[in-house]
Structures are given as structure tokens and as C-alpha cells.
Write a protein that binds this ligand. Sequence first.
Ligand code: NZQ
Ligand code: ZN
Length: 388
Amino acid sequence: MNSFQFHNPTRIVFGEGAADRIGELTSSFGKKVLLVYGGGSIKKTGLYDRAVKQLNDAGITFYELPGIEPNPRLSTVNKGIGICRDNGVEFILAIGGGSVIDASKAIAAGVLYEGDVWDFFTDKAVIQQAMPIGTVLTLAATGSEMNGSTVISNWEEKLKRGAGSPHLFPRFSILDPTLTYSVPRNQTVYGSIDIMSHVFEQYFSLTENTPLQERFCESILQTVIENIEPALANPNDAAARANLMWCGTMALNGGQISLGMVNDWASHGIEHEISAIYDIPHGAGLAVVFPNWMRYVYKQRPGRFAQYATRVWGIDPAGKSEDELALAGIQATRDFYTRIGAEARLADFGIGDDQLDRMAEEAVRYGPIGNFKRLEKDDVREILRMCL
Ligand code: NZQ
Ligand code: ZN
């Protein structure tokens, strides 16, 4: 295990009814607020009216930025920066999934920066400060509600990039699992696969002597696997929705489950190149990429993959070599994804091989990616080819 520091400042308010505390929690940060939300799900579910009433009751003046896209766009972020500057906004309230939260974080950093906010996503500038934000999470997936990362798409240039800073941790996040009852089936599947993928990025590591971290990871994977199908069978299953929500937050909250471990993140880098061009849901892309990445890299440490197979999937090791076990665990992952309805191939989205080279090149623009196995452009292209 390597040395580490850990500090996570986000206050989590979890549970049924937590969404009744929007006004109270927001008002302690300011009286002029930017309310950021997506394409309208919060209006359909009544959450918008509920939030507006609380903001009004708390005497808060608020401006609105609706229409954050899934795979949120730089142009929309810039709109939000303008609203904040024009109106002296003091606090940003994000109500939605990871896209809404990520857009809010980018706005928060961009308002206090004189240059182009995209500089933060191209390593031209480092985030030195940001406005405070709070979130009301409506979809279990990214962990953005308790981490300092944001991922934004520059649609004109077909680029999707991440930025991170301790300044971007939300001041509070309201996690009311009942708000996720309305999440459609496919988004429930994609969100859950995103959660599992965040764990994989940390679990498949070459760092030695990390038994507690490995078990944290395995427990989240098992809990997601146990709870997806109940949530799909009954979208209002309170226990399943609560468990998925907490798994999502714990899987990517500043690296708590893998402190002292070197993480990988190559599959995320590859997926971001796919959704940058084809605008597919992030979790859908990961469902295709991850099993292929696993097949490509497992020989770096077959023992970790064999452990995954036995501990997470309960595969009987008797009579199997380490490699056979590893491959059985990878196949179990793929079979599970297929069973819950996730696409297996890029062709399922109508994606062919014409942009493979560009995607591989962009993925390694700042150098080789991944730490479990360092991937050069040819490696990425091969993994993408396996995804076709
Ligand atoms: O826009 P609305 O109308 O709200 O609909 C959304 C959207 O269409 C809908 N939805 C959300 N909550 C709902 C709901 N529909 C009904 N009922 C609800 N309660 O779901 C759709 C997808 O929402 P989105 O926010 O895009 O999904 P997700 O949370 O999966 O976020 C994906 C984005 O996060 C980035 C991804 O790359 C992608 O851009 N990521 C961010 C990370 C981070 N900040 O740490 C890490 C991740 O690895 C990821 O890269
Ligand atoms: Zn992800």
C-alpha cells in the first residue's frame, strides 16, 4: 500500500425526505442562486416545483439554467457562466444526474477565471478557485455528487475531457433515493454499469498489499449486482434504489475505496472518446469497452482477475487455472451486462470503424493511458477494434 492523504469536505444528507432540505441547506450559502437542471425530468417528477417552493420560502432569488445535455456541452457551461456574472450569483444548485452536476462544477470554476473555461480541460490552466455548489442527485451513477471531477464535451471539436480540483467538491449533496424511482430502465442499467466501472478502474491495480481496499471494491460490486435486477423489476423498490445510490457515491468519492492504490482509468479515457463523437450514454459505452479492456490486459495480473471471479461472481476455482478463472470472471461480467440489457458492441449503436484511428489518437493525446497496463495508441486502437 502506498502513502496517501484523504480529505472529502462534501456533506451528505441521505434518505427519504432529504429533498425537503433544499431550501435550508442552500440558504446558508447565499441568497442569489443559479438553479441548474437537465432536459425536464425534474419538471415531470414534481421535484422542480418542490425545489422552487423551498427556495422562495427561504427568500432566495434564483436564476435558471435548464437544458443541460447528457454529455454536457461547453456552450451550455458558458451560458451559465454568463448568467452568474451578469447577476452576481453567489451559489450554484445542481438538480439532476452527473451531467447537471458536472456542468455546474465547470460553471463554478469558469465564473472566477478570466480565460476560457475549456483551458481547465486541456491542461492549459489549473483550477485555483471555484464558486460553491450544492447538489440534489437524481440518478445513481457518476459519484460527481461527492467528488471534485467534472467531464465536459466540446461538441464543435468533438472532444470530451475531464478536469478536477479540490475546489469542485460540492458543499452538500442531497441523496434522496426516492428521487431515482423515475429513472428509466436503460439509465438505471447504464448508471449501475458506470458504478461498477469506477470500481474496476481502482480494483485492477498492480499495487501490492491492499486487502481492505480490495474488499471495499468487491463489496460495492456485489451490492450493485444484487440490487440492479430488483430495481429493474420494481423501479420503486426503496431498498434497491437506496443501495444503488449509496454504491454510486462510495464508488467514486475522491478515491476513498482505493486509497494507497494506483488507479487505471484507461477504459474511461477510451469511452470518453466514443461518447465525444457519437454522444452515446457514458455507461453504455463502458459496458462495451470494459470487458474488452479486461480481455486485453488481464495477463498483467491474472491473480487479481481470478480473485474477482471467485469473490465477486462466486465461480468455483476447483480444477481451473488462474487464467481460466480470470477469463470466466470476465465472461460473467459480459453475460451479466447482456442479461440486464446493455449493448455488447459498438455496432449496436451504429458505430463502425471509420473513426477508430482518430479516437485512439485523441485518447493518448497527452501520453499513454492506464496504469494496470500502459496503453499506447496501437493498444487503444486494438481494444476499440475488439469493441466493434
Ligand atoms: O436531463 P434530464 O431530463 O434530467 O434527464 C436525464 C438524462 O436524460 C435522465 N434522468 C436523470 N435523473 C432522472 C432522469 N430521468 C428520470 N428520472 C430521474 N430521476 O437521465 C439521463 C442521463 O442523465 P446524466 O446526468 O447524463 O447521466 P449520468 O449521471 O450517468 O451522467 C453522465 C455524465 O457524467 C460523466 C459522463 O461522462 C457523462 O458526461 N461522468 C462524470 C464523472 C464525474 N464527474 O466524476 C465520472 C464519470 O465516470 C463520468 O465520466
Ligand atoms: Zn464513469
